[in-house]
Design a protein around this ligand. Sequence first.
Ligand SMILES: Nc1ncnc2c1ncn2[C@@H]1O[C@H](COP(=O)(O)OP(=O)(O)OP(=O)(O)O)[C@@H](O)[C@H]1O
Length: 262
Amino acid sequence: MSSLLRVEHVTISYNGKPVVQDVSFELKQGEILGIVGESGSGKSTIIKAVMGLLGEEGLVTKGDIWYKGENLTDMSTKELRRYLGKEIGMVFQDCKSALCPVRKIGAQIYEAVSEHEKASRHEVRNRAGEIMKKIGLNDADRVLDSYPFELSGGMNQRVGICTAMIMRPKLLLADEPTSALDVTVQKQVVEELLFMREEYNTAMILVTHNIGVVRMMADRVLVLQNGHVREYGETENVLENPQDSYTKKLMESVLRLKKSGM
Ligand SMILES: Nc1ncnc2c1ncn2[C@@H]1O[C@H](COP(=O)(O)OP(=O)(O)OP(=O)(O)O)[C@@H](O)[C@H]1O
């Protein structure tokens, strides 16, 4: 099977200063990659580069990012918009800031869908309601008729997940998708994302500090430190039998946190 996304020797700089260096990985349709590493190691920067959302200061200075055989680093923002949302979905750590503060959730979801496909408001509302129930937003009608500020952080995060899922993307880029959720809801969201992979063969890049989520979801893991890849391999191998000294330390610290009940 050919790869859906191929990141080849990519270096990313902000204001000329490299923050991610010589990173390579590959993702086939339906595969899930977990990216882990301490705060500031460059995890979010990698997924922002895939989406072309590095901003004015950021630039891929070396290497290529191939999506279905097309080089994303050569594309204009306009060309990238063809893919974003529809084929490449995103879930952010802070979903609330990605939502428009003065428009109701239902209208925003409808707008996102109608940008890429013909669907009635009624149909989108029903589809959104079904997904919401599956990810623990039981009162879908209230959520759809609310403004973002009327919902909790965890509710907004699930609205972001719902908006990404309703498009059935080929690739989902998820930056800490479960960070604002309590453990029960985390489990529900993980199960739904795995269901999405099963149903639509969606590939995912999952940036997270939560090794439990990585263990449940990822086929492969990439460990990042200060913008460099320390280890990259099958999840079980990396988590159970890390070869790199930094990965070993990272796994030990996770175990310590677990033992102390955090
Ligand atoms: N817009 C920006 N301008 C300048 N530097 C930036 C910008 N965004 C990120 N950086 C820097 O790039 C580095 C990597 O940041 P990034 O957000 O990718 O880390 P991360 O691993 O996702 O961290 P966290 O786990 O805390 O979210 C950091 O040193 C950060 O300060």
